[in-house]
Design a protein around this ligand. Structure first.
Ligand code: NAD
Ligand code: DAU
Length: 389
């Protein structure tokens, strides 16, 4: 039997990559996308799917009660998968307001519309149509961990992964770790997680939460570290590294995350949380240095890039500039994803060095996509965020 998916916030980075994986999957399905197209939502990222008729697109806000209720009524989705959010920590420190509106009030509206539909269906003795509401959350809800000297990772996880890995500390976040977000962004996501779980306990709504570490890959908005550094290298601009550059993030390729979300939607247990991580902990400064070498090498092999961005050919570590730290900057994130590996049969497949090189290639081969962003309001954003750092 065919399923219908309502995917919210899918014109953004992770959502658009998720859609590519969802539509390529064998299952017969209908996919409806609801996205407000904020500064971060980009219709170019999903144009190929709209034009080929693989998805239906509706522009709108997840916090709009009438709109969401009418979409649920019209499409009766089996799956609602919510990516929609304000997602950038620095912006949340600058102005928390839109984070509370989209990340908390928006999620409340989605849950409430789903609850009302389910209770109306139950009242009329009909089978509830919604099989799963998936809330896409983040490892940032757990707060941060200390940074120590790197050491070999745990044996159980290495056995599941089929490879060894390094940790910058003994500890990693499990699903039962206390919630302790440091920024208005992470606090808004943690609040939404608690609300989501309450809808399972109080109303029996079949919800599942996914919490993932830092994603990288195609179509990430260049306010985030990796695409920002790639773009600055192309333009010969300084590379702003917050604080000492020693903060650690656990990087996962967006396709690995997307496969995890699909597994959680189809096979995750209602009321449960699943962590996803890449088992690729890196200090920021090492990421920036790797990008300098990769972009320089890739640009030299692509004549059109070398001609348009000659500065990339001269890139060196001298571009690195240590700037004032982010307020409340989380020191380290590390994910324990054993639950997803043992119960969903999921594991991250992409090796970080291969994934980073292919990500750089994507940006250099899609300069129109990048240009459409960095030529617009992004300039004002950059000036506002970085001028006095
Ligand atoms: P993004 O900022 O690239 O995309 C967010 C999308 O949501 C955009 O298309 C935007 O237009 C849309 N949106 C925002 N507010 C909306 C609203 N009120 N109504 C409808 N649409 C709205 O974000 P992303 O990096 O793709 O992240 C997607 C989700 O994954 C977020 O919930 C984020 O918290 C979570 N997450 C991100 C990462 C990461 O590393 N990027 C890691 C873990 C979890
Ligand atoms: O861990 C998951 C989270 O990862 C997601 O929930 C967020 O939506 C996503 O934005 C990301 O948050 P981070 O704050 O970790 O990502 P960001 O790319 O902003 O920063 C990564 C690290 O790089 C962080 O330690 C801050 C640092 N940084 C960032 C920028 C933009 C710099 O040193 N310089 C910069 O210019």
């Amino acid at each position: 039997m065919s399923s219908t998916y309502l995917v919210t916030g899918a014109a953004g980075f992770i959502g658009s990559n998720f859609l590519d994986i969802l539509v390529a999957d064998q299952e017969d399905k209908r996919v409806v996308v609801l996205d407000k197209l904020t500064y971060c939502g980009n219709i170019m990222s999903i144009r190929h799917l709209i034009d080929s008729g693989r998805i239906e697109f509706v522009k709108g806000d997840i916090a709009d009660r009438e709109l969401v209720a009418s979409l649920l009524d019209r499409y009766k989705p089996q799956y609602v998968i919510n990516f929609a959010a304000e997602s950038h920590v620095d912006r949340s420190v600058d102005d928390p307001t839109p984070f509370i509106k989209s990340n908390f009030e928006g999620v409340f509206n989605l849950l409430e519309c789903c609850r009302r539909q389910r209770s109306a269906q139950l009242a009329s003795k009909a089978e509830p149509t919604l099989k799963k509401y998936v809330q896409i959350s983040t490892d940032e809800v757990y707060g941060d961990l200390e940074v120590c000297a790197p050491r070999p990772g745990h044996k159980d996880e290495a056995a599941q992964l089929g490879r060894t890995y390094e940790m910058y500390g003994e500890d990693a976040f499990t699903e039962s770790y206390p919630l302790k977000g440091s920024s208005p962004y992470s606090a808004s996501k943690a609040s939404a997680d608690l609300l989501t779980l309450s809808y399972y306990r109080s109303f029996g709504l079949p919800v599942t939460i996914t919490r993932c570490s830092n994603n990288y890959g195609p179509r990430q908005f260049p306010e985030k570290l990796i695409p920002l550094v790639i773009n600055n290298i192309l333009h010969g601009k300084v590379l702003p590294v917050y604080g000492q550059g020693t903060n650690v993030r656990d990087w996962i390729h967006v396709d690995d995350h997307a496969r995890g979300i699909l597994a959680a939607a189809r096979h995750g247990k209602p009321g449960e949380v699943y962590n996803f991580g890449g088992y690729s902990e890196k200090q920021n400064i090492d990421i920036v240095k790797s990008l300098i070498a990769i972009v320089k090498d890739a640009a030299a092999k692509m004549p059109s890039v070398a001609a348009a961005y000659p500065a990339a050919l001269d890139a060196s570590d001298s571009l690195i500039t240590y700037v004032t730290d982010r307020p409340g900057h989380d020191r380290r994130y590390a994910i324990d994803a054993l639950k997803a590996m043992t119960t969903l049969g999921w594991r991250p497949l992409m090796r970080f060095d291969e994934g980073l090189a292919s990500t750089v290639r994507w940006y250099l081969e899609n300069l129109d996509w990048v240009k459409s962003i960095v030529d617009g309001d992004y300039r004002d954003y950059y000036e506002h965020m970085y001028a006095n750092r």
